[in-house]
Design a binder for this molecule. Structure first.
Ligand code: GAR
Length: 191
């Protein structure tokens, strides 16, 4: 039986796109659902393009009901993948999916993580700190922002001439290469 992945996202969904492409013809797993907390997030269009069902929820549904959990369980979801999803994950999901919820963060955690650290804010902070290396982290999700056990990191050198756009691009390239592969390794380990 193929393992079933749910992707949670809030925005463009370029990582979601790479994951949906990677698993389109996979024998190990499939993306069975895309969930978003923003009704016009471009990730929803991307899910449509792959004919993958999607669902939009609001704060009340996510934090005060078991509706999202019920949907995941009804669809027999095995692994939850956060790809640019900017809310904390509530306890009901953490308890139902122990070590089965992962996130990607555009920095070398524990540096440049935590509440409010997302998107360009991360890269700006890296430039202001004059870091000579930067990268990405894929990690398990817990009740805090960007805090769970690290699964994989990938680094690149920050050149003195690099602009914010350049380091952002280098990071995105690494995310797009590594995230689908890490997900594949994880689904292969699920019984
Ligand atoms: C990615 O760079 C991801 O690492 C980041 O949001 C971006 C989403 O891009 N996530 C965080 O900052 C989480 N703290 P995408 O929508 O194009 O995949």
């Amino acid at each position: 039986m193929k393992k079933r992945i749910a992707i949670f996202a809030s925005g463009s969904g370029s990582n979601a796109q790479k994951i949906m492409e990677h698993f389109k013809y996979s024998e190990d797993a499939e993306v069975a659902l895309v969930l978003a907390n923003v009704s016009d997030a471009y990730v929803l269009q991307r899910a449509d393009n792959f004919e993958i069902p999607s669902h939009v929820f609001d704060k009340n549904e996510f934090f005060n009901t078991d509706d999202v959990l019920a949907m995941l369980q009804n669809l027999s979801i095995d692994l939850i993948v956060l790809a640019g999803f900017l809310w904390l994950v509530p306890k009901n999901l953490l308890e139902a999916y122990p070590n089965r919820i992962i996130n990607i963060h555009p920095a070398l955690l524990p540096k440049f993580g935590g509440k409010g650290m997302y998107g360009d804010r991360v890269h700006k902070a890296v430039m202001e700190a004059k870091e000579t290396e930067h990268g990405i982290t894929i990690h398990y999700v817990n009740e805090k922002f960007d805090d769970g056990e690290v699964i994989q990191q990938a680094k690149f050198k920050v050149e003195p001439t690099d602009t914010l756009e350049m380091i952002k691009f280098k990071g995105q390239q690494l995310e797009h290469i590594h995230y689908p592969k890490v997900i594949e390794q994880l689904v292969k380990k699920i019984d």
